[in-house]
Write a protein that binds this ligand. Structure first.
Ligand SMILES: [Zn+2]
Length: 75
């Protein structure tokens, strides 16, 4: 099962982008695939066992450390 650390971006870069809010204590999304994505700041698991398409283009604000993460494959 591949596990990836997401890329932390500057909040300025997230302006105009739809940011999903993660809540600490549970993943934002879970199931449907075999890829796990962690916050690039605090390593909290944000997406667990999701399909690649679930992570594609995702911009997620970590509920634990408040950093804004984007998925690592397309940057
Ligand atoms: Zn975090």
């Amino acid at each position: 099962m591949p596990q990836f650390d997401m890329i932390v971006i500057d909040p300025e870069r997230a302006k105009g982008v739809e940011v999903e809010e993660h809540t600490a204590g549970k993943p934002l999304r879970e199931g449907g695939g075999d890829e796990t994505y962690r916050c690039g700041g605090c390593k909290t698991k944000l997406l667990v066992n999701v399909g690649h398409h679930d992570a594609h283009g995702a911009v997620i604000k970590c509920g634990k450390c408040g950093k804004i993460n984007t998925e690592p494959h397309h940057h």
